[in-house]
Design a protein around this ligand. Structure first.
Ligand code: ZN
Length: 379
């Protein structure tokens, strides 16, 4: 009898150990990623190759259809409805991003996208160029390590990893943003929330987060769901292909546009006319330590922002309008980004120029590192 009892105890111990190992694998702890500001003697300019040879594409990567029964407010909102509305608005790139599901569409180029996350505080991520869906998440309050773990899992399965509406409901806190790493883009502009201040936290802690602007449309029959926040992407080739789009988003050859409140309520035809009339970025260059930004039309104001979100310079002319503005880069500047206010009060948000160690190389995201014992499992 004692022998059998011993064996039972052994099995219980082995079972507990197995559960512990599983938990240990599922919930690793990560060291905070380094949060040093950008440094180096060179400037990385994401627009250095954007000139008049190429063209600027209108894109939206965030719209929910009824193709997947998870959740959408749309009465119909089929994939076809989304494609046809955005086509009428003159969009070149249309992504249908359902929750936890890659929805196939007939759009060309076809960009496989989905939105990850089913936790209570809207800590969501956008997967652009998704290879497969990651079905895990932490549904209650998430620690920074858990957020990092989800990002790492998504990283393995996607081309472009976006923090969606990061500031909304505190989905990511400023502290999270200082110490999280491994993503590509920041959805600074979203119909529900503007995360501009939090973007400066990421940039100020040396994370080369590039901008994305999205509608987060749930019902394309509601005017206010359409063409409010968009991503404008630079393309050299006339034949659009998905890889070029991923490359442009990651390298930063794109910018965000936020239309006015009045325009957000307008009909599709008026929205289209307004979008067609907005000036585009003609060039963004660094010459003799000066950052020079030029549009194809007039603006009212150019604001230059740097480390810790500090306003470095503002150039305004609301009477005559201005097409171009410049800022003399200072030795202490780590990044400088430009926000432009157009005559109708809509905004253009450019990606930052950042200090970098290697010429023409975007400063890298720091690698995520597990704490002590957790590092025995590699991912
Ligand atoms: Zn979301």
């Amino acid at each position: 009898m004692p022998k059998r009892r011993n064996r039972k105890k052994w099995w219980i111990a082995a079972g507990i150990l197995w559960v512990l190992i599983l938990l240990f694998r599922m919930m690793p702890l990560y060291k905070p990623a380094p949060s040093d500001p950008f440094s180096g003697k060179y400037w990385y300019n994401p627009y250095r190759q954007a000139d008049q040879e190429g063209r600027w594409l209108r894109a939206n990567f965030h719209a929910h259809s009824n193709a997947w029964g998870f959740f959408t407010n749309g009465r119909k909102n089929s994939v076809e409805d989304i494609l046809s509305k955005y086509d009428s608005l003159g969009y070149d790139v249309i992504g249908v991003s359902d929750y936890q599901h890659i929805t196939q569409t007939a759009a060309t180029p076809y960009i496989p996208v989905y939105e990850h996350g089913f936790n209570i505080l809207k800590t969501h991520q956008g997967s652009i160029g998704a290879k497969s869906v990651y079905h895990g998440d932490y549904i209650l309050l998430q620690t920074r390590s858990q957020k990092q773990h989800v990002l790492n899992k998504l990283r393995e399965r996607t081309q472009v990893l976006v923090l969606n509406h990061p500031d909304w409901m505190g989905g990511y806190s400023p502290r999270d943003i200082r110490f999280l790493t491994g993503y590509d883009c920041f959805e600074v502009l979203n119909d529900f929330w503007n995360s501009e201040d939090l973007w400066d936290v990421a940039l100020s802690s040396g994370k080369p987060a590039m901008i994305v602007g999205s509608d987060d449309a749930h019902n394309v029959f509601k005017q206010t769901d359409l063409a409010r926040d968009l991503t404008v992407i630079y393309s050299v080739s006339d034949s659009l292909n998905a890889d070029d789009i991923y490359r442009a988003l990651i390298s930063g050859a794109a910018y965000g546009v936020e239309v006015t409140k009045r325009m957000s309520r307008a009909q599709v035809i008026e929205k289209r006319r307004t979008l067609d009339s907005l000036p585009l970025l003609r060039s963004c260059k660094i010459r003799n330590d000066s950052l020079i930004v030029t549009l194809t039309g007039d603006a009212r104001d150019f604001s230059f922002t740097g480390q810790d979100g500090k306003l470095l310079k503002q150039v305004t002319d609301s009477v005559n309008g201005i097409e171009s503005a410049s800022y003399r880069l200072q030795p202490e500047d780590t990044y400088v980004r430009v926000k432009i206010t157009l005559p109708d009060s809509s905004h253009i948000y450019l990606n930052p120029v950042m200090r970098t160690v290697e010429k023409d190389l975007k400063p890298p995201m720091p690698a995520s590192q597990k704490r002590g014992l957790f590092s025995i499992f590699d991912k």
